[in-house]
Design a protein around this ligand. Structure first.
Ligand code: C2E
Ligand code: CA
Ligand code: CA
Ligand code: CA
Length: 279
């Protein structure tokens, strides 16, 4: 009987430890969420502000939590980056994006852009280029533009290796975008080495623009910088007609923001695509 009691209490303790591990460490919880398919892609359309057409989407991660609803990426991407989960997380998103886009391939115009956010740690991993190529080859639609969005928010460690990886992707038809342009400024030195196809002006600069005269100053500087470096520009965070008009006046054609569309789930993306004539 003693042995039996000992056995039971050991088993209980073991189960408890397992339970605590599962539930106590955030990284383990996130790992399980990835495995369970709870990290899902949302899509935010990118529009041609002049023609009003859809030119692509940006994939934005959401944690579809069984109890808490949708959790925004700011709450789990930093954890994923710290705990090496960013690679399986991004791979899971890529697989879901392929499945989704293959369902609606016939609705996607030629040259449609699909932007994926990748973290620096992921780019540095040995299989990154191979993974991206596999991702590209999984699409049924032959003429999609896959965009690798590299953030400038965290200082990028630009060594020869990184330059080579991104340049290899570029040579293989990927589009390279520098995200959050103007927020990091580590960018300036490597813009010459990296083949950047376009930059995304951070929403904080667009958000300042209002009816007041001075409100465009910082945006003007960032736009000026981008132009002097001969970079194509996408503006993020367009929320008002004023901001749209200002960007239009400045010949910034590719726009993203709540003024047009919020990030939506796949079902709602289909509705948006169906409401637009295919161009
Ligand atoms: P980001 O790449 O700069 O993405 C744009 C963010 O701006 C998104 O926030 C989007 O929902 C938001 N946004 C778009 N239009 C507007 C607007 O008009 N007004 C305002 N106020 N916000 C707007 P979200 O989805 O919360 O993502 C935040 C950041 O998390 C992203 O910033 C990106 O850096 C990161 N992230 C998201 N998904 C992933 C991912 O799959 N992998 C990695 N590595 N990072 C991701
Ligand atoms: Ca982005
Ligand atoms: Ca951005
Ligand atoms: Ca941003």
């Amino acid at each position: 009987i003693l042995i039996f009691i000992l056995f039971i209490s050991c088993a209980t303790a073991f189960a408890l430890v397992k339970y605590l591990n599962k539930n106590a460490t955030p990284a383990e919880t996130l790992r399980r969420a990835i495995t369970n398919g709870e990290i899902v892609p949302f899509y935010q359309p990118v529009v041609n502000g002049r023609e009003g057409t859809l030119c692509g989407v940006e994939v934005l991660a959401r944690w579809k939590h069984p109890r808490s609803g949708y959790i925004p990426p700011a709450l789990f991407i930093p954890l994923a980056e710290k705990s090496d989960l960013i690679i399986p997380l991004t791979q899971s998103l890529m697989r879901q994006v392929v499945t989704h886009m293959n369902v609606i391939a016939h609705r996607l115009p030629e040259g449609f852009h699909i932007g994926i956010n990748v973290s620096a740690a992921h780019i540095a991993s040995p299989d990154f280029v191979a993974e991206c190529l596999k991702f590209k080859h999984s699409f049924n639609h032959p003429a999609l533009n896959l965009v690798i969005e590299v953030t400038e928010r965290e200082p990028l460690d630009v060594d020869e290796d990184l330059v080579q990886r991104l340049n290899t992707l570029h040579e293989n038809g990927f589009v390279i975008a520098l995200d959050d342009f103007g927020t990091g400024y580590s960018g300036l030195s490597y813009l010459q080495d990296l083949h950047i196809d376009y930059i995304k002006i951070d929403q904080s600069f667009v958000a300042r623009v209002n009816a007041e005269q001075d409100s465009t100053r910082i945006l003007d500087c960032v736009l000026d910088l981008a132009r002097k470096l001969s970079l194509s520009i996408v503006a993020e965070g367009v929320e008002t007609k004023e901001q749209l008009d200002y960007l239009n006046q400045n010949n910034i054609t590719f726009l993203q923001g709540y003024y047009f569309y919020k990030p939506v789930n796949f079902q709602d993306l289909i509705k948006i695509l169906l409401s637009k004539p295919k161009v």
